[in-house]
Write a protein that binds this ligand. Structure first.
Ligand code: AKG
Ligand code: MN
Length: 196
């Protein structure tokens, strides 16, 4: 499995386009959609509270918490299939992950706004492993300090694994925009390592 490398000023991405075979991804998407206790949390952004435009759950080692936008998520235990995915990723990358944020985009109106995964508990230069299942969606990256730097646009296909490494979170933001096109569900899992 030969990955693609995408680099630029302060950005270091590695994309495995078919990390999971389509037959496996369909089963994973179906089972995880049904078995996970999905939540639509409310977050505080620019002083206003609103429901996030997607469903999510945080899983990982007992006692871990993830905080963003005024929200604290306590780690639910690993779903056995998610734990299997974590082990499969560990076979190709030299980093370990102790938690994962799962996001379910039910249709094209579900999305994620511009942000970096730079919360203090992720440490300096975190490696994030982002696995996508289901509907391919556009994934955009923009430089935080150089507005003239062109955006990077990727399509995150069914079964793809994207690694964001190095100082990417420090220098770039990413987003998953909404779309008016007909859009089936998509599940994304971002595996992370949180320092205690
Ligand atoms: O769904 C995606 O591809 C992006 C998810 C993401 O950026 C995150 O969970 O922090
Ligand atoms: Mn992110």
């Amino acid at each position: 499995m030969q990955p693609e490398h995408i680099t630029g000023p302060g950005i270091d991405l590695v994309l495995y386009r078919q990390f999971i075979a389509p037959s496996d991804s369909a089963r994973l998407l179906r089972t995880l959609s049904e078995e996970i206790h999905w939540r639509q949390d409310r977050i505080r952004l620019f002083g206003r509270e609103h429901a996030i435009p997607r469903l999510q759950q945080f899983q990982g080692e007992a006692g871990l918490h993830y905080r963003y936008s005024g929200l604290q998520l306590d780690a639910a235990p690993w779903h056995p299939l998610v734990e299997q995915l974590r082990q499969k990723i560990a076979q190709v990358v030299p980093w370990t992950f102790n938690c994962v944020l799962l996001n379910l985009y039910r249709d094209g109106s579900d999305s994620m706004g511009w942000h970096s995964d730079d919360e203090p508990e992720l440490g300096l230069n975190p490696v994030i492993a982002s696995l996508s299942l289901g509907q391919p969606r556009r994934f955009l990256l923009r430089h935080r300090q150089l507005p003239q730097q062109p955006k990077i646009e990727l399509t995150l296909d069914d079964g793809s694994l994207l690694l964001m490494r190095g100082s990417t979170q420090h220098h770039w933001q990413h987003a998953l925009p909404r779309t008016r096109r007909a859009c089936a569900p998509r599940l994304n899992l971002t595996f992370r390592y949180i320092t205690g």
